[in-house]
Design a binder for this molecule. Structure first.
Ligand SMILES: Cc1cc2nc3c(=O)[nH]c(=O)nc-3n(C[C@H](O)[C@H](O)[C@H](O)COP(=O)(O)OP(=O)(O)OC[C@H]3O[C@@H](n4cnc5c(N)ncnc54)[C@H](O)[C@@H]3O)c2cc1C
Length: 509
């Protein structure tokens, strides 16, 4: 499959199947990271309409004012389900995300404060990006780095048209029809190209993926498109305020950095949440999340609502004549598709192998739906399923993208791809030749997992094959769930499952 680099306009011919991932939000970046950590070295192109990574978990920054930045979408992420998504630990280790330890409260309609835990966006383990929420996606992209030129981000680029030719793969084009790139696989991490709302909102004449799918005869893709087309989205309008240092001191002394409004308080003030974000130079940003409305509320109405709700704490600072005192900058952000409405796209519909289309994002049904947790979990699930499919495709093409020999069996072990290549001949495992002094090794298994390449000799134990070098142990009493152990003082046990190509995951993710 030929791919076209948007920067150079030149054609390249990668030896491994290529992926075009539409969207560099949490799901797109996490998918790239998950594929890399699973051993995929093939080319991944991220196509993003925004100026940088982040999507709805982006940070708005200013070219003129280096000290100004606001998390204008999600101000934090919360994990409600166990175990945590695999990528959370390396993100914490790399310092990209940190635990969120700010005070939070819930405002009730009578103006009193209560505990905030009832808010589904504030339960469980809370984290934020280290220096803004966009650090989450930056960290994921750092984890997604592979061989040179294997990950390319194309920012400020709206993909408008899609076309597919069965033998040649997917072609992406801009609004003028100019070709942006080509790829074997297309992954959508947002619904824009598959949902009729773009026809109403931008006057598009068709739903791009629906148009491209016509004539493919892929029932799985048609079913996914039908489910996506019926999905509803909640809108949000957020007011962003920048508060000068003298007034900011009052805001920063409030007993909450995040204030959620309970149901009745939402009806009284027309607000869902307030997020107070300190800036380095004594200023602070305030983001007020308005309630869903068909008509976007006016800036002055939102600011009046903030002043009214905070009057008990801010006193005279709550109203400075035309609005709140000390405000140096006001902006509105309208999110046309802020939150998907349940039930979402069933996990079984995430992969359409016949047309080489896949989906991930917070719109996939399951744990974390409509939140960053769902974007991470769906990307992790899709990475696992694509790895199995890409491995098969790669082997059929004879490509080297997964450094493996024919006959490798894929497993998922503690969240990461493991390739097991057993060799019953009197030869060394491929890639580790050792016939020193004329020795002839026996049957072995080569395990490739994370950064490890282990060649384990077959034990003499009767029954199903088992392999060990005294430190590592691999045995196949249950070929679907091999035993994989490591002796390091105590015995460490890794949970392994065989990867069934294109099969929906058992847990719905
Ligand atoms: C105001 C607000 C507050 C929120 N608060 C929270 C919270 O407190 N906690 C929480 O967990 N979640 C929160 N969320 C939800 C959270 O932001 C999302 O669940 C999460 O960011 C979704 O990530 P994603 O990658 O699935 O989708 P997105 O972030 O939407 O990423 C998809 C990306 O694809 C790009 N894209 C789409 N189509 C195209 C195209 N044709 N061409 C190029 N690029 C394209 C988009 O620009 C976008 O960047 C909030 C959301 C909003 C709007």
């Amino acid at each position: 499959m030929a791919g076209t680099s948007a920067e150079s306009g030149q054609s390249r011919r990668p030896s491994a199947p290529s992926l075009a991932v539409i969207g560099a939000g949490v799901a797109g970046c996490a998918l790239a990271a998950g594929l890399r950590r699973g051993g995929w070295d093939g080319p991944i192109d991220l196509w993003e309409a925004g100026r940088g990574p982040g999507g709805r978990a982006a940070t708005r920054r200013s070219r003129q004012d280096a000290g100004w930045h606001l998390d204008h979408g999600a101000p934090l992420l919360n994990l409600l389900e166990d175990p945590e998504p695999d990528l959370v630990a390396p993100l914490l280790q790399g310092g990209w995300i940190v635990p969120w330890r700010e005070p939070a409260a819930a405002l009730q309609a009578d103006g009193t404060l209560g505990p905030a835990e009832a808010d589904p966006l504030l339960g469980g383990s809370l984290y934020r990006g280290h220096q803004g929420m966009d650090d989450l996606c930056r960290g994921l992209l750092a984890l997604a780095q592979g061989p040179p030129a294997s990950l390319t981000g194309h920012y400020g680029t709206l993909v408008r048209h899609l076309a597919v030719r069965p033998e040649e793969g997917w072609r992406l084009a801009d609004a003028n029809g100019a070709v942006l790139g080509e790829a074997d696989w297309l992954v959508l991490t947002g619904t824009l190209l598959a949902h009729p709302r773009a026809m109403e909102r931008f006057g598009w004449s068709e739903v791009p993926l629906q148009r491209a799918a016509e004539g493919l005869g892929d029932g799985a893709l048609e079913a996914a498109l039908a489910a996506l087309a019926s999905m509803e989205m909640e809108t949000r309008t957020n007011l962003m305020l920048t508060i000068e240092p003298a007034a900011a001191a009052r805001w920063l002394a409030l007993p909450f950095r995040l204030l959620s409004f309970d149901g009745q308080a939402q009806r009284r003030w027309g607000l869902r949440r307030l997020s107070i974000q300190p800036l380095a130079d004594g200023r602070c940003g305030v983001v007020a999340h308005g309630v869903t409305a068909d008509e976007a509320p006016a800036m002055a109405a939102l600011e009046g609502a903030v002043a009214g709700a905070l009057e008990p704490w801010l006193g005279e600072w709550a109203s400075g004549g035309d609005g709140l005192a000390g405000v140096s900058q006001r902006q509105l952000m309208h999110w046309g598709a802020a939150f998907p409405v349940a039930p979402g796209l069933p996990p079984a519909a995430m992969v359409c192998p016949a047309s080489r289309v896949a989906f991930c994002g917070d719109f996939i049904a399951g744990p974390g739906f409509g939140r960053i947790e769902g974007a991470l979990r769906s990307a992790q699930a899709l990475a696992g399923r694509l790895l199995a499919l890409l491995l098969l495709l790669c082997l059929s093409l004879g490509g080297p993208a997964l450094a493996t020999a024919a006959g490798a069996v894929p497993y998922r072990c503690d969240g990461d791809l493991l390739l097991a290549t057993s060799d019953n001949g009197a030869v060394d495992a491929p890639g580790i030749p050792n016939s020193a002094a004329g020795t002839v090794p026996g049957a072995t298994v080569l395990l490739e997992w994370r950064q490890l390449r282990l060649q384990l000799p077959r034990t003499n134990n009767a029954g199903p094959p088992s392999y060990t070098d005294g430190l590592w142990w691999w045995s196949l009493e249950d070929p679907q769930q091999p035993r994989f152990l490591h002796r390091r003082g105590a015995i460490e046990r890794f949970s392994c499952q065989a990867i069934a190509a294109a099969a929906p995951p058992a847990d719905g993710r």
